[in-house]
Design a protein around this ligand. Structure first.
Ligand code: PLP
Length: 409
């Protein structure tokens, strides 16, 4: 086995430096625990960015993937495969949507949704309707279409002309949407809770208001549930808390518990917009990823995970609120829903420093937005494990790492 320092040297030599990793190589996981190449154990409160819904090495996922790869791993979409068909039916049943296209990642799901809504209006001879309205501080992915819809300039700067016809308005501001959405708007795209943007939930009534607005103006509503979907907030989709039915829903992250998959789900009136040959993917909907996803969905039911997420999510949020009360100079707010919650750090507290201090205490969390600590643990996490994470956070906030004071001119 290669020693850790040799691996780190190889990483330094051969990987493109698009990430800023700490010098740590994760080798193994089980449940909510991860182990690095030095044998150190960590409590995982970020789940590979809200992906590992069943934690690590869950027996149901291991069994489904092992059996499937031994039976049939890939055939492309020249032919049907049983697992893709079963998964499509399951997803429609759980979401109230009618049809599914399978991709491999979140950005691809959003890219497909974008193509679909434009093509929908085009096919109806409404050919001026190409505009997409998104929100500031949103995150929709990294391919050119998705990154243009992403409402954060740092993600698109320097990559050439952005996709034409895409604009942004402040998140949660229905009036701003009302001013922007008109008869050339193809669709509005929105997250029920802005994940990467800082775990920012939509204000109550916002999604319902967007649904009405889109209906009134003939625009479509795309809801990006890539981070919030598949039970993360205590319902299968976060929009189900408000009873909103979008025209398009995109999923990825937790959908197959760590095996790459993405999907966009549509209502029947959109189904004919993408005729044979107009959209496709080689890997999307492969039996391996679909078998993994079916195992995730079955486990959601068998372990009654939606109720579990609601219960443990309340426990987590309550615990974080107590920390805000106890350390008002370090943290100002706890927010989120289910097991997607954020702790907003006070001005002057260094989020990277908090991440590092947590890691030194054996707990892995992630950052979202400018100064939010995001907790998005596996959906199977126990209250005891949450308490362990809260205790580490309590200790770190006691004497929080501060940002360097601004240099005087
Ligand atoms: C992660 C994420 C994406 C992009 O997914 P990838 O699989 O990284 O391409 C898009 N939208 C939201 C809301 C996300 O959280």
């Amino acid at each position: 086995m290669t020693a850790t320092h040799d691996l780190l040297a190889l990483a330094d030599r051969y990987l493109l430096k698009t990430y800023k990793q700490p010098p740590l190589v994760i080798e193994r996981g089980e449940g909510c625990r991860l182990w690095d190449s030095e044998g150190r154990c960590y409590l995982d409160l970020y789940a590979g960015i809200a992906v590992c819904a069943l934690g690590h090495a869950h027996p149901a996922l291991v069994r489904a993937v092992s059996e499937q790869v031994a039976r049939l791993g890939h055939i492309a979409n020249y032919y049907y495969n049983d697992k893709q068909i079963e998964l499509a039916a399951e997803l429609c049943r759980r979401t109230g949507m009618d049809r599914v296209f399978f991709a491999n990642t979140g950005t691809e799901a959003n890219e497909g949704a974008l193509k679909l809504v434009r093509r929908y209006h085009w096919a109806r001879n409404d050919r001026e309707r190409i505009e997409i309205v998104s929100t500031w501080s949103s995150f929709h992915g990294r391919t050119m279409g998705s990154v243009t819809m992403t409402g954060q300039a740092k993600y698109w700067e320097g990559f050439g002309p952005p996709l034409a016809g895409v604009s942004h308005v402040p998140y949660g501001d229905l009036e701003a949407m009302r001013r922007r959405v008109h008869d050339r708007t193809a669709a509005v795209i929105v997250e029920p809770i802005q994940g990467e943007g800082g775990v920012l939930p939509a204000p109550p009534g916002y999604l319902t208001g967007l649904r009405h607005l889109c209906d009134e103006r003939g625009a479509l509503l795309i809801v990006d549930e890539i981070q919030t979907g598949v039970g993360r907030t205590g319902k299968f989709l976060a929009v189900q808390h408000e009873g909103v039915v979008p025209d398009v829903v995109t999923l990825a992250k937790g959908l197959a518990g760590g095996v790459p998959i993405g999907a966009f789900l549509v209502r029947e009136h959109l189904a004919s917009a993408l005729a044979p040959g107009t959209h496709g993917t080689t890997f999307g909907g492969n039996p391996l990823a679909c078998a993994a996803s079916l195992a995730v969905l079955r486990t959601l039911d068998d372990a009654d995970l939606l109720a579990h997420v609601t219960r443990t999510g309340t426990h987590l949020l309550t615990g974080l609120e107590a920390l805000v009360k106890k350390h008002p100079h370090a943290a100002t707010e706890a927010r989120g829903r289910g097991l997607l919650v954020g702790l907003v750090l006070a001005e002057g507290i260094d989020p990277r420093g908090v991440l590092n201090a947590m890691r030194e205490r054996g707990v892995l969390v992630s950052q979202a937005g400018e100064r939010v600590i995001r907790l998005a643990p596996p959906l199977i996490i126990t209250e005891a494990e949450i308490d362990e994470g809260l205790a580490a956070l309590d200790a770190v906030l006691q004497d929080p790492p501060r940002t360097a004071p601004p240099t005087k001119h």
